[in-house]
Design a protein around this ligand. Structure first.
Ligand code: SF4
Length: 454
């Protein structure tokens, strides 16, 4: 059996003691009942029996057995089973099979599309962030042996194909990936186009839609209804009544979907959207306010010294805690323009790879709508853009144009990794994003504000 994965994940190997972070630092690590039982069997009668008994405690909130126990933490926030070389002592002595699922699989993110397993990566691992953001071929999809996915049985089933929402998911996702990769237009235009495409699909392509079940039967029925309504309102004499021609004909949902996906990536459409976006004048203060609020809310819940130190630096770089969002926005725009002219292509690559990986890693079928999934992508990109342009190394290099690109790369890896680890998946962030997205067309209006900030 094979799985598919972006090339950077096929290249991934844990760098263990050389890692600037560790997977478990600052995170809660649960263990399933079955894995805990296997571990107890393996350590029974040996020197680790007492440690395992003392350092794993039952999780009273677990109802399914999937998170039956919680691994203990050291005072520095690392897992109690991590050794001096930053390696897992349980894995070293008892093998991979005893590891909790999260430890075994991380930073791999496994999903099952129909019968096919896909392996994307979480940028919460510094090594995956490096491999994903910095290599220009990182996002090329290729086949890997399923054993590389480790525990493929854990893959989330995201597109079963037995309803219209998931049956068309592959085609929609393909169109998203193609659109994002259209480097002929700015990245912000591509995100805007993605939002536009989602909006256009939104009235008939959503979870639970029945528009597709109608198919050609519905088309015939709709044509008859149109004719009858024309007759009833005497728009034309019944003798002349005939099925509507192609121009008038209602289109099937399949045809509409195909047309929207095709047109979304056309150069004409992209150029038109680029013009619209450039002509649009929106205040930037709200964008700066949103990014700042997201980060402040996370600071209260995160104990990672690396994250907290970066947040302090970023806040200072935007003028400190008392700066107004408008003032912070002005600083951001100045830096964005300067960085664009210095290292524009490199920065575009980071954000493109982050977005492509986002589409692979967060299947949109898990959202309430495609537009909402795009909104989350744009919000995550906005937050990391804000952090990057407040990173001290980035601020400094704008004054020293000869700074090697490796300095920018290192800052980018730090920003994307720390935001992925401590912001993007946090319940408080997801809740905030849900509220910010609003409902229906207002989601699109809010998405526009975010896109303008990018
Ligand atoms: S964060 Fe990544 S590189 Fe670091 S220890 Fe974990 S898997 Fe290895």
């Amino acid at each position: 059996m094979t799985a598919s994965a972006p090339r950077y994940m096929a290249r991934f190997r844990c760098i263990a003691e050389a890692c600037e972070d560790t997977c478990c630092a600052g995170l809660t690590v649960p263990i399933s009942e079955s894995r805990w039982s296997l571990l107890r069997q393996k350590v029974a009668g040996g020197p680790d029996e007492a440690r395992v008994a003392a350092l794993i405690t039952p999780n009273p909130g677990d109802t399914t057995g999937s998170q039956a126990g919680i691994l203990g933490k050291r005072a520095d926030g690392h897992c109690a089973f991590l050794d001096e070389a930053k390696l897992c002592s349980l894995q070293r002595k008892h093998g991979e099979a005893v590891l909790p699922d999260g430890c075994s699989v991380f930073p791999r993110v496994l999903t099952r599309w129909g019968a096919r397993v896909e392996m994307a990566g979480s940028l919460a691992c510094p090594e995956t962030a490096r491999l994903c953001l910095l290599a220009d071929d990182a996002l090329v999809l290729e086949s890997v042996d399923e054993t590389q996915a480790l525990r493929p049985q854990l893959a989330r089933q995201v597109a079963s194909g037995d309803d219209a929402w998931t049956a068309h998911a592959d085609a929609v996702r393909e169109a998203m990936l193609r659109l994002l990769a259209r480097r002929e237009v700015p990245f912000s235009t591509r995100l805007y186009a993605l939002g536009r495409m989602a909006l256009d699909l939104g009235d008939f392509y959503f979870p639970g839609t029945t528009a597709f079940a109608q198919g050609t039967t519905a088309f015939a029925q709709e044509a008859t209804e149109l004719r009858m309504s024309a007759e009833a309102t005497e728009l034309r004499p019944s003798a002349e009544a005939a099925p509507p021609d192609a121009a008038e004909a209602p289109r099937t949902a399949d045809a509409r979907l195909t047309g929207i996906l095709r047109d979304a990536g056309s150069m004409d459409a992209l150029e038109a959207l680029r013009g619209q976006l450039e002509a649009l004048e929106l205040p930037g203060g709200p964008w700066a306010g949103i990014c700042g609020a997201v980060l402040r809310s996370r600071e209260a819940h995160v104990s990672s010294p690396r994250f907290l130190s970066l947040m302090r630096d970023v806040r200072a770089a935007y003028g400190g805690a008392d700066t107004s969002p408008d003032e912070a926005w002005r600083l951001h725009v100045t830096r964005r323009t300067a960085l664009e002219s210095l290292r524009g292509e490199r920065v575009q690559q980071y954000f493109l790879h982050h977005a492509l990986n986002h589409v692979l890693r967060h299947p949109f079928t898990e959202s309430q709508s495609l537009l909402r999934a795009v909104f989350f992508l744009v919000l995550r990109a906005s937050v990391v853009r804000w952090v990057l342009l407040g990173h001290p190394a980035v601020v400094a290099l704008l004054d020293s144009p000869g700074t090697p690109v490796a300095t920018l790369d290192a800052a980018a890896v730090e920003c994307f990794q720390l935001v992925a680890k401590h912001v993007e998946q946090a319940p408080q962030f997801l809740e905030f994003a849900e509220g910010l997205a609003g409902e229906g067309p207002e989601t699109f209006a809010r998405l526009l504000i975010l896109v303008k900030g990018l």
